[in-house]
Write a protein that binds this ligand. Structure first.
Ligand code: 4AD
Ligand code: MG
Length: 431
């Protein structure tokens, strides 16, 4: 007899198999018990017949507690009434791990309770579906960049630099010196691009965000490609192709997960149509003003502005060339406007806001040195970065996609905390 996983049931119809499972729920009437089972690969139903299994085992089955783990042995049958399409007719089972009273019952729980039990909550259908989509997106991203000829390049997490500003830093003692948890892999990615041409970093990044919003985590993952010789227009073209590729991968490979999350696939399909619209920051300000927003040129957009802009186009939209004063030191100055930089944020529709921030990078040593000084950075931490400009600097561009921002949008969740296994926020370090 073969030991299989639930997901493989279609290949074993009318065969007797063994599966290691947990019980998520159960109901029974006189002679039949239905066990809801999961094994990580899927969820399906086990049917226990009193006549088939005998009085004693039947009673034991009826009394199984939620999250008890067992080996079940039985025959796989098609079951057109269930959403999975298969079930197992159990002929024998063996308890492996008893379960105490399980805190997460099929009734509704508040979000704080669920987050306090995140280590268990991940077993439930919706978080489970989200984690599978996260896995698909990570897989597709690695596949996309591999096909595009990029080298995956790992940036350190302990750093001496603070490229995205010094206000949201996690500082830690490093043998008597200050170290920071990385806000971005970008500067290291730039060094990688000068060595390998086209690279991407993928890993956790950190911001000591004191604000409690549904779009901010203190620890979040960024996918950060960096391309030597690319100008901004080539980077934008790469960004939209990447987003469309990731959305298509989820559509193709996560149908049952999208169904569990009530995510309409027809809506997602719109986002695979390229190109995405582009609007300048200047025009975005005008458009907002014409639509009753009280915004002045020079502000950074908040959530209401971003929501309006992306909904206006009904697609992800690139907002290009922001004021220099609200962007990071490394961005390429605009060729004709010294108050702007050559950059773009990609805003997602349906109220999800900025999912990508990127720019062309300045390759001018004097300009960068000036900007570092202006923005109050400690130059001793950037000597190595300045070397990139000293030794054969070339035009280059890159961007960072917030993995959780992207996933929250694709899975239509209300808050980034839903799409990372163990969210880190202002008030949450546990579990
Ligand atoms: O726009 P940001 O700050 O850009 C950078 O860090 C650049 N160095 C990226 C690059 O060019 N290589 O952050 C990039 C993206 C944002 O667009 C957003 O999606 C996400 O990271 N992000 C956050 N996600 C969750 N929680 C936070 N606190 C985030 N801050 C930024
Ligand atoms: Mg940004």
């Amino acid at each position: 007899m073969e030991t299989i996983r639930i997901i493989d049931s279609p290949k074993h119809v009318n065969e007797t198999v063994k599966i290691g499972v947990w019980v998520t729920n159960k109901r029974s009437s006189g002679k039949i018990a239905f066990l809801q089972l999961r094994d990580g690969s899927g969820f399906f139903q086990g049917v226990v017949l009193k006549n088939g299994i005998g009085e004693e085992k039947f009673t034991e089955a009826k009394e199984l507690r939620q999250e008890t783990s067992l080996y079940v042995i039985g025959e796989i049958h098609e079951d057109s009434r269930s959403h999975f399409g298969y079930e197992i007719q159990i002929t024998d089972f063996e308890v492996v791990g008893e379960s105490e009273d399980y805190p997460i019952t099929p009734k509704e729980h508040g979000i704080d309770f669920l987050l306090d039990h995140r280590h268990l909550w991940l077993r439930s259908t919706r978080p489970n579906a989200i984690m599978k989509i996260r896995n698909e997106v990570l897989h597709a991203a690695n596949e996309f960049f591999y096909k595009e000829g990029f080298t995956k390049f790992d940036a350190p997490i302990l750093t001496g630099s603070a490229p995205e500003g010094t206000t949201e830093l996690f500082e830690t003692d490093y043998f008597g010196k200050n170290a920071y948890l990385s806000q971005t892999g970008q500067l290291y990615g730039e060094a990688g691009a000068m060595a390998l041409g086209k690279i991407y970093t993928l890993g956790p990044t950190f911001r000591a965000e004191k604000s409690k919003t549904r779009r901010h985590l203190t620890e979040f993952w960024q996918l950060e490609p960096e391309m030597a010789w690319y100008h901004q227009d080539e980077s934008l073209e790469l960004q939209e192709r990447m987003v469309a590729y990731l959305v298509q991968a989820v559509i193709d490979n996560c149908q049952s997960e999208l169904k569990i999350l009530d995510r309409d696939v027809e809506v997602l399909k719109k986002y695979t149509q390229l190109p995405y619209p582009r609007i300048s920051y200047d025009d975005a300000i005008k458009l907002l003003q014409e639509n009753g927003f009280d915004v002045k040129w020079g502000i950074d957009f908040g959530s209401p502005e971003e929501t309006f802009l992306a909904n206006h186009f009904d697609k992800p939209v690139f907002v290009m060339n922001y004021p220099k004063d609200i962007k990071a030191f490394y961005m390429q100055p605009h060729p004709t406007r010294d108050d702007l930089v050559v950059c773009a944020d990609l805003l997602a529709p349906e109220g999800y806001g900025e999912i990508i921030g990127g720019s062309e990078r300045s390759s001018d040593y004097d300009y960068i040195l000036g900007r570092l000084k202006e923005t109050g950075q400690d130059l001793s931490n950037y000597e190595w970065y300045l070397d990139l400009l000293r030794y054969g600097a070339v035009p280059h561009s890159g961007f960072g996609m917030g993995l959780e921002r992207f996933l929250t949008w694709i899975t239509l969740q209300d808050h980034l905390r839903e799409v990372i296994p163990f969210p880190r926020m202002l008030n949450r370090l546990n579990p």
